[in-house]
Design a binder for this molecule. Structure first.
Ligand SMILES: [Zn+2]
Length: 440
């Protein structure tokens, strides 16, 4: 008999392993945050003596979903401005509020964002914002995994008067979180159109020096491409390639306006694209050619983007939207099958975060998993797990969320922070946010 900390028994386990096996009446043995065994429940309970047993025999367990592009703190802007053209939306509503943000507001908004993510089956995310130290504090408090970075802009943000200050913050955060079990830091220039070649070169040099990955928005709209060609004589992918950004471990959000030569360049450099279907639809940014990307062998993950442009932080929503959107775009119902969407939310998400421990439930992987209630009306009957997860589930079926072997959400309760107190603080922000957005 071996000893482990936790034995988790479930009706079904969607492993997302190389064979995409789904196990019935199965169990995970978990120790020190790692899956040490997986297989039939009867076999594991005779093999493992556990400190605690989680009886989830009426649940479906799957790998924790990865939200590979978000701005968690933007939950406080949710519903403040919708149905507006991108530039009006940004300049009239979003930027005026963001100029008045403080570390406290960012911490509260981020904690709400992480609560929503854990509540809907997300165990890891990539987050870019300002006052990212406050985001990391919130991530630590919530217990989510996070690859975080201070947004680098050419113009002053509420947090940093100059781009060099944002790079200093990045350097300090990288030192502070070095070796952290769940939190890591990346260099995050906001985009091509909010930076300069000099700033991007400084970002590249810092990433190289500190051995950090790079994450940014790229080729989000045709307008961005036009501006980039006008200012720099190159399209965005070529411009970044020329600056050496693609030689770094790199994930890029959106990548909507790209041609097949650019897709080939991204694939050759091992770049991971993060597709944000809801945000692209809401802002009418365009449709990323994801089916062509996948055919060319590019790795494509999923992101929610911020709550102001979505307005949900649910990767279940993004899986469903991605599967539906690309069938519509290609006029082909065979495009983007459910399994492909599930792979984007799990295995490709792990690649986007550069963390091979994530994305599947296998021996030696991190014990990051979620358990869904499959007795909910929309989850019955269960013929095909991938289909149910992508087309039928909403995310609100999540009953348990585990990160690194620790339960961080279970049956309506967050284990590491006081959610009712957070609700009260968030509601108290409403008057301030209305004034800041010029609505009152
Ligand atoms: Zn974004």
């Amino acid at each position: 008999m071996h000893h482990c900390q936790t034995l988790l028994q479930a009706a079904r386990i969607v492993t997302q392993d190389a064979q995409r096996r789904v196990l019935s009446n199965a169990a995970l043995a978990i120790d020190q945050g790692i899956i040490v065994d997986i297989g039939p429940s009867a076999e594991l309970s005779s093999r493992w003596q556990a400190d605690s047993c989680l009886h989830l025999e009426d649940r479906l367990v799957l790998p924790g979903l990865v939200n590979a592009h978000t701005h968690a703190a933007m939950t406080i802007l949710r519903g403040l401005a919708d149905d507006m053209p991108l530039m009006d939306w940004l300049q009239q509503r979003i930027f005026p509020v963001e100029q008045r943000l403080t570390p406290r507001l960012v911490r509260l908004g981020s904690l709400l964002g992480f609560a929503e993510m854990l509540r809907t089956g997300i165990t890891a995310c990539t987050d870019m914002y300002i006052f990212e130290n406050a985001v990391l504090e919130a991530a630590d408090q919530a217990g989510i995994r996070c690859l975080a970075g201070e947004g680098v802009f050419a113009f002053p943000s509420a947090a940093c008067a100059q781009p060099s200050a944002a790079l200093t913050v990045t350097r300090e955060l990288a030192a502070q979180y070095q070796g952290h079990e769940r939190l890591r830091v990346a260099v995050m220039p906001h985009s091509v159109y909010t930076t300069t070649p000099e700033i991007l070169a400084a970002c590249r040099d810092l990433a190289q020096e500190l051995n950090l990955p790079l994450h940014m928005h790229l080729s989000e709209t045709q307008e961005e491409t036009r501006l980039c060609q006008e200012a720099h004589g190159r399209r965005p992918v070529d411009y970044c390639h020329n600056l050496g950004l693609l030689d770094l471990p790199c994930s890029l959000a959106h990548v909507v306006d790209v041609n097949s030569a650019e897709v080939a360049t991204l694939r050759q450099h091992g770049v991971v694209v993060v597709h944000n279907p809801s945000s692209n639809m809401k802002l009418a940014s365009g449709t990323a050619p994801v089916t062509e990307m996948l055919e060319q062998g590019l790795t494509v993950a999923l992101g929610t983007d911020g709550a102001a442009s979505n307005n949900r932080l649910s990767v279940f929503t993004e899986m469903r939207r991605a599967a539906l959107l690309h069938k519509l775009r290609t006029a082909n119902p065979v495009s983007m099958p459910a399994q492909a969407a599930l792979d984007m939310a799990t295995l490709a998400g792990a690649a986007a975060l550069g963390d091979a421990r994530l994305g599947s439930l296998e021996k030696g992987k991190a014990a990051d998993c979620v358990a869904l209630d499959i007795s909910e009306p929309n989850m019955l009957p269960l013929h095909n797990e991938a289909s149910q997860l992508v087309y039928a589930a909403t995310g609100m079926e999540t009953r348990l969320t585990m990160v690194g072997g620790e339960i961080v959400y279970q049956d309506g309760r967050f284990t590491r922070f006081d959610y009712p107190a957070l609700c009260a603080e968030i509601c108290d922000l409403r008057a301030f946010l209305w004034r800041a957005a010029g609505l009152a």
